[in-house]
Write a protein that binds this ligand. Sequence first.
Ligand SMILES: Cc1cc2nc3c(=O)[nH]c(=O)nc-3n(C[C@H](O)[C@H](O)[C@H](O)COP(=O)(O)O)c2cc1C
Ligand code: SF4
Length: 458
Amino acid sequence: MKVEQILSQFQATGVETCFHARHINPQIYAGLNGRNWGIQDYEARGGYAALRKILGKDGGEGLTQDQVIATVKESGLRGRGGAGFPTGLKWSFMPRQFPGQKYLVCNSDEGEPGTCKDRDIMEYNPHTVIEGMIIAAYAMGISVGYNYIHGEIFHTYERFEEALEQARAAGYLGDNILGSSFSFQLHASHGFGAYICGEETALLESLEGKKGQPRFKPPFPASFGLYGKPTTINNTETFAAVPWIIRNGGQAYLECGKPNNGGTKIFSVSGDVERPGNYEVPMGTPFAKLLELAGGVRGGRQLKAVIPGGSSSPVIPAELMMKLTMDYDSIAKEGGSMLGSGAVIVMDETRCMVKALARLSYFYSHESCGQCTPCREGTGWLWRMVDRIEHGQGRPSDIDMLDSVAGNIMGRTICALGDAAAMPVRGMLKHFRHEFVHLIEHKTSMVNADATAVKTHG
Ligand SMILES: Cc1cc2nc3c(=O)[nH]c(=O)nc-3n(C[C@H](O)[C@H](O)[C@H](O)COP(=O)(O)O)c2cc1C
Ligand code: SF4
């Protein structure tokens, strides 16, 4: 698909993507316009300077593997795929002296409802992911890597392939990169749209050509990953942050954010805001500021609640959310939720929380891979109960039952999809129990249905 077509699609829907001036100190989205994704434009923005720096091609001495890992540790970069695991620490788990093949994998599956940041990075700044992966490969002594791209954005996959060709032709990828002794082959691969293939071990299975179902852990990918070999997996945005860190230093990145939450973060703001889109801001930015950047609540309505980190993160009521800052610690410790992938779903006063939970629960029930009983049966059970409450057929015992089923899924499954299905249920019951009780008692939502109809996205 041509850039013009993509742009006009977004313009038609009113979605901002990343081309706007309302980022704050952007690093990954800085200076993008939809047309300057190619290698020459990337180099003009300072691209591949970090790779030159570590290989000593900029007149300096170069950086050792340990120095690169130490810089990433110092930066406070935490994985942007959801769990927020410290990236430098993860890289240090790779057994560098392992004599056989080792792999590097980029997780670009991006299937979490509300999340749409990685596709913009890959389409409009693909070389920053490529450069970040080359640097990671150098640091961990890896010679082969894959970028696993969500199957429903095939044009993004094609764009990434084009960027790979450019990087190979320029000598940044392949054998003896820039005349050094370091070689790295990087390939793109696309999935087929299953959400579960974003879970790292399901992704590895899928990459191996098998059914995308999570593996038991341990062993973890660092020791038993792709084809049973040591593997490091990071999210697209995590890799995209690396060139800036190497160019400017770990301390500079840390200082962009707040302690233990280094750098900038891309938030995909959706729902009831005037300007849904991707916003890159420093970690620790107040939520109120992010909401303002996204144009505020649509139609001047009142904010009711926010899902702060993708559909699996528990909902936070407006009053509490307006006091929080957008970083891992504030959202978890003060908000009782998770920053997750950074998908911020804004809900205004006309949203019925029972209806919202029914939609989320259906998603998880649909996406369960079916391997473990608590998830396979429990997610369907949750959805059917919330669905019947929404349709005025709930029983008084349903609320305790919902809580109990959610509790029996959590911590009892092979992968975190089970928890991801249970946590939104518990979050909704904690903060909006009265809406469930009202619907069960009165068989109608306490939220003004007419207003909802007017406001719905369509
Ligand atoms: C059901 C499920 C779906 C996931 N989907 C994604 C995804 O689309 N992209 C992603 O980067 N991580 C996803 N993750 C997290 C990955 O398993 C893994 O933690 C992540 O890719 C590690 O990269 P990071 O350390 O850079 O965050 C998912 C996890 C689960 C349980
Ligand atoms: S928790 Fe759900 S999605 Fe994950 S392995 Fe078990 S059944 Fe599959």
